[in-house]
Design a protein around this ligand. Structure first.
Ligand code: FAD
Ligand code: NAG
Ligand code: NAG
Ligand code: NAG
Ligand code: NAG
Ligand code: NAG
Ligand code: NAG
Length: 511
């Protein structure tokens, strides 16, 4: 299933394998032996009794490095440490905080595509991958999810109870980045973002203290963690409100690019109708596929009640010329496995948001077509993938967020339905990545300017899809920016998570 979806959404496994092996040599960065932070961090961790400390060349170190989704994120830390409990995380944070020359990164699923978000050169990477247990509490229907889990494991653990949670639509995504950054999910029309469904966080603070943050305990931290990202501490467990879940109706349908106008029109209508039909999800991808040397359209449709082809899908399903169709009744887990994207490339992504306006959305998709043509003309190996993706952001999502106590995203300020336009560029080699970033920034600014000119700009930039050249927290509204700042200062007064853990989007960098 995963394999065929990968073929559909992207290129051949061979291309990925080639990209993989070439990175193995390109990734061997010389370690600066005289750097003051060098290895003492790692030996200090070992001296303190931490068992899972791995160095370059070690099998586990290399496998964990290669398990970052994007080759761009596969850096070379001095060592990778894998804690197995909140107590061990606390011990690690305490040791690394003691010496002000020590830097570190925190990694959950490793799906942020740009370098340095969840990994670090010249520092220690704290890899939560062994903290991947999900425990279901039937009395409260709460799923206690270890912060190093991937969604596939979470859904699998919950399936026997007939319940699920508002997690990733791709099975390998990590829970911690997804939930601390928001979390768009198949259930958003009904239940809001992933973070809106977290009822308690277990967090290790800079002091090494382990606390709970929920509606009654540390409630400021609780709200800040709903979208405020890695600015406060290390979450070691997420308690999520689970719910009874029948199998879904879902799958992928592909089309030639010739039906682009019908798809764009249907998407705009779909987005406006979500308020009336909250059980559906639709994501439409325009994908340059190097095996076909052309753009194809892939639509991911789902109904969370298992209703087959509900009327809200009529306009989509009337679009002719389907080239493949996997629509069926299946589990949340299997549908997330099907939506896998190809790894093994260097990635540059961005996302901006625009009003749900036919002319602006049409322009965005046309600019993606032009971008692909230009990129193809210069691509040395022709082996690249470029997705242009539409994801509905209707006001009903943030209404659900508000009903559940609110989050940091600031989308409740929007009074019009919006669409997130996301572009993913996947290439080989550092030079192509560098050029890719330059062109992606220009592309982003051009579509932004067009939306401004058309009176259809939306400020919001989604942190979980943002490039390192974006500043998503600055788009979350002054009230939320102030709250994130206050909570960060209160729970991390010396700024460990601003300076010593430099990865991700930092509130201290917001103007
Ligand atoms: C193939 C693919 C599919 C995706 N699908 C979706 C989707 O359906 N919906 C959606 O909303 N997004 C999606 N995303 C985006 C995804 O939400 C982000 O990439 C997210 O950051 C991934 O979480 P992670 O744990 O894998 O990330 P990581 O890269 O491991 O971490 C992300 C950030 O969180 C920090 N962090 C990690 N663990 C912790 C912790 N325990 N406590 C505090 N901070 C921590 C890291 O330091 C880093 O800054 C997808 C991404 C990919 C690559
Ligand atoms: C090694 O690190 C030290 C201290 O950070 C720095 O002064 C020196 O320039 C670095 N040397 C190289 C070759 O990078
Ligand atoms: C770091 O320390 C470990 C354990 O003492 C050692 O095996 C490794 O070679 C050292 N690496 C560097 C780069 O100093
Ligand atoms: C690392 O990955 C290789 C290749 O997939 C596998 O054969 C090996 O068992 C893995 N090693 C560890 C320690 O996980
Ligand atoms: C947790 O991770 C370990 C190591 O990668 C793996 O062997 C195990 O199967 C995972 N646990 C679950 C519940 O998936
Ligand atoms: C909130 O935290 C307190 C203190 O740790 C704890 O007793 C309580 O159970 C938590 N509430 C939830 C909903 O987890
Ligand atoms: C889509 O919406 C437009 C108006 O915005 C309407 O004219 C059209 O009939 C709709 N299409 C369908 C199939 O519902």
């Amino acid at each position: 299933m995963s394999c065929s979806a990968m073929m559909r959404l992207s290129s051949s496994a061979l291309a990925a394998a080639v990209a993989f092996s070439s990175s193995a040599t390109a990734g061997l960065i010389d370690i600066n032996m005289t750097a003051p932070t060098s290895n003492s961090s790692c030996t200090a961790l070992q001296s303190a009794g931490l068992k899972n400390v791995y160095y370059p060349g070690n099998d586990i170190y290399e496998n964990r490095t290669h398990s970052y989704f994007s080759i761009s994120a596969q850096l070379e830390p001095y060592c990778i440490v894998q804690p197995t409990s909140a107590e061990e995380v606390a011990k690690i944070v305490t040791i690394l905080s003691q010496d002000t020359t020590r830097s570190f990164a925190i990694r959950s699923g490793g799906h942020t595509v740009w370098p340095g978000a969840a990994n670090i050169d010249n520092g220690v990477t704290i890899d939560l991958g062994l903290m991947n247990k999900t425990t279901f509490v039937p009395e409260t229907k709460v799923a206690q999810v270890g912060a190093g889990s991937r969604w596939r494991e979470v859904y699998g653990a919950l399936e026997p109870y007939g319940v699920t949670v508002t997690g990733g639509r791709t099975s390998t995504v990590g829970v911690a980045g997804f939930l601390t950054g928001g979390g768009n999910n198949f259930y958003a029309g009904r239940r809001g973002f992933g973070c809106d469904n977290v009822v308690n966080y277990e967090v290790v603070l800079a002091s090494g203290q382990i606390v709970n943050a929920n509606d009654t305990e540390n409630s400021g931290l609780f709200r800040a963690l709903k979208g405020g990202s890695a600015n406060f501490g290390i979450v070691t467990r997420f308690d999520m409100q689970a719910f009874d879940a029948p199998e879904l109706w879902g799958g992928l349908v592909t089309y030639p690019k010739s039906v682009t106008p019908q798809h764009v029109a249907a998407y705009v209508n779909w987005t406006n109708n979500i308020v009336n039909y909250q059980d559906g999800s639709a994501i439409t991808f325009w994908t340059y596929d190097p095996t076909k040397k052309d753009i194809i359209i892939t639509a991911a449709y789902e109904d969370i009640t298992g209703a087959v082809a509900a009327p809200a899908f009529d306009e989509f399903l009337a679009i002719p010329d389907q080239t493949s169709n996997t629509m069926r009744i299946d589990t949340h887990r299997n549908l997330a496995i099907e939506l896998e994207l190809t790894s093994g490339y260097r990635n540059v992504w961005y996302a901006i948001t625009i009003k749900n306006d036919l002319q602006i959305v049409t322009k965005a998709i046309d600019m993606h077509r032009q971008f692909v043509e230009d990129w193809k003309a210069q691509s040395p190996d022709g082996d690249f993938i470029c997705h242009g993706i539409l994801q509905a952001i209707p006001t009903i999502f943030s209404q659900h967020s508000v009903e559940k106590g609110g989050n940091m995203l600031g989308l409740d300020r929007e009074t019009d339905n919006a669409v997130m336009f996301q572009v993913q560029l996947m290439v080989n080699g550092e030079d192509q990545e560098k050029l890719g970033r330059e062109r992606m920034v220009a592309f982003r600014e051009a579509i932004k300017q067009y939306s401004v000119d058309m009176d259809g700009a939306v400020e919001w930039q989604y942190l979980n899809y943002a490039d390192s050249t974006q500043d998503p927290l600055s788009t979350y509204g002054q009230k939320n920016i102030d709250h994130i700042r206050e909570v960060a200062a209160k729970f991390d007064p010396t700024g460990v998570f601003q300076t010593r853990m430099p990865g991700g989007f930092k509130i201290s960098k917001v103007a």
